[in-house]
Structure formats: C-alpha cells, structure tokens
Design a protein around this ligand. Structure first.
Ligand SMILES: O=C(O)C(=O)[C@@H](O)CO
Ligand code: MG
Length: 259
C-alpha cells in the first residue's frame, strides 16, 4: 500500500506552520513535505520532526522572488549565482532535516536551446553537490493553467532533459494532478516513466482537493503505482475542500487496506 506524506504548504493551513507538524502526526501521517522551510531555523524544524516522529520527505530549493512571480531560478539568465546559493542553502537544510530529496524549480522561461543548456548545466551542478550527501534532486512538470510560462510542461520534456543532465540522482517528480491536466493517460505515463520517478504527488483534478473527489480514480491509480514498483512517499499536495482533518476520510480506506 502507498505511504502518504502530508504537504504542509497546502494541508493544515488552519494552523501556523510550525503547529502543522503535530497536526499531521496526529492525523496519522509519518512524513511531511512543503514548499520552503527557509523562514524558520533548521534546528526548530528538526525538533518538530523529531518530537512528532516524522520524516521529512521533500522540500523545494529557494525559487526566487515568489511573491513577485518567480517560480524557480534554474533557467534564468543572469541568476547563476542566485541559483547556486539556493542549492547550498537547500542542501544545508536537507542535511539538518535528514531530507533525501530536493525539488528544483525551473522558472518561467521560454523553451529555447539557450534556456535548455542553462537548465542542464544548473541541475547537473545541483545533482553533483547533492550526490556527495546522498540526496536526489527532482524536476517536476507543472501544468500551464496553474503556472503559465513555466519552463517544464510535460513528462516527456522532463525525461528528455534528465537524459541530457545524465546524473543518477537527478529524477522526476511525478505529480498526477499536473500530469492529468496536461497529458492525461496517467497510468501509462507513470508506467513509461517509472524508472525515472523519484517522488510522487497527488490531488484531485480539476479542483486540487482531496484525492477521493474529481476525475481521477486514485484507488486504481495508486494500486498501479505500487504494482509498478514505487515504494517512496506519496505527497498529498492538495488544498482541502474544508477543514483538513474533516477531509481525511480517504486516508482511512488505505489504513483499513493494510490490516
Ligand atoms: O505545485 C506543485 O505541484 C509543486 O510540487 C510545487 O513544488 C511547486 O509549485
Ligand atoms: Mg507538485
């Protein structure tokens, strides 16, 4: 059965960030992920993980001026040093939080030969630093409705670029929500890319709510994922339709499964 990580950027937002760890553990999660930890001392977050017996599954490298519309640095001309600083910072946090995976956002950029070459160079740089710490760097295709102009749009594009990056610890973050919106046929897509997948995320489509609503049949989708050999965390990157805990009925079904 799949094992689920609570995404604390979207779930339990009724609470201040540092209180979401306890709420996730109380709700039955054994791991968490979120966008960014950098507003908080890493020791403070490490204490929360330890106090609530949680694993840190994933977080993102700093992605530039988020409020100003930036969505990653890896394809941005003239930001090489900012990108490198973001990787140093992310790996510093990853080591403190014992986090095995970092998501590197590509940025809002046209796909040109030049941006592709910069992206390959930057992700390779990050992968080489991360490899020394036994950490994976992940790249995620994101749908253009939610993030217009985002450089990485499809799984095929991501896999092509990962082949060019050519580092064993550079892998695909496969988010079923984005994949369904952009490409559909998600189970075939997952099977075809399973050897590249380093992390999974889920949400309903099109609302990005709990996975027991919407057009994707997650009991089937996740059974196929497990059958294909995936054993990592499945990040619950969804916005609860109401109060987070009230919407967790879907999780109980997987717990019953395991008995
Ligand atoms: O939006 C998503 O999907 C993510 O996984 C984030 O890390 C980037 O927005
Ligand atoms: Mg995602």
């Amino acid at each position: 059965m799949p094992k689920f990580a609570a995404n604390l950027s979207m779930m339990f937002t009724e609470l201040p960030f540092l209180e979401r760890f306890e709420a996730a553990a109380t709700a039955g999660f054994n791991a968490v992920e979120y966008l960014f930890p950098y507003d908080f001392e890493k020791s403070l977050i490490a204490d929360k993980l330890k106090a609530h017996s949680l694993e840190q599954a994933l977080f993102n490298a700093h992605a530039g001026d988020w409020d100003g519309g930036e969505r990653g640095l890896a394809t941005l001309e003239g930001r090489r040093q900012d990108f490198r600083d973001s990787i140093t910072q992310a790996l510093d946090y990853a080591r403190a939080l014992e986090c095995p995976k970092i998501h590197i956002m590509a940025g809002i950029s046209d796909v040109t030969g030049k941006t592709e070459a910069l992206y390959v160079e930057n992700v390779r740089y990050a992968a080489d630093l991360a490899a020394a710490l036994d950490i994976e760097v992940l790249v995620e295709p994101i749908n253009a409705r939610d993030m217009p102009g985002y450089f990485l749009g499809s799984v095929a594009q991501a896999i092509d670029l990962l082949e060019r990056i050519d580092r064993p610890n550079a892998r695909l973050q496969f988010d079923y929500y984005h994949a369904q919106i952009t490409e559909g046929d998600v189970t075939m897509l997952m099977r075809d890319s399973i050897d590249s997948i380093g992390h999974i995320q889920i949400a309903s489509v099109p609302e990005r709510n709990e996975p027991d609503t919407g057009e994707l049949n997650y009991p089937y989708v996740l059974a196929e994922l497990v059958a294909a050999g995936y054993r990592g965390w499945v990040g619950c990157e969804y916005r609860p339709a109401g109060e987070t805990t009230a919407g967790l009925g879907w999780l109980a079904a997987y717990r019953n499964d395991a008995k």
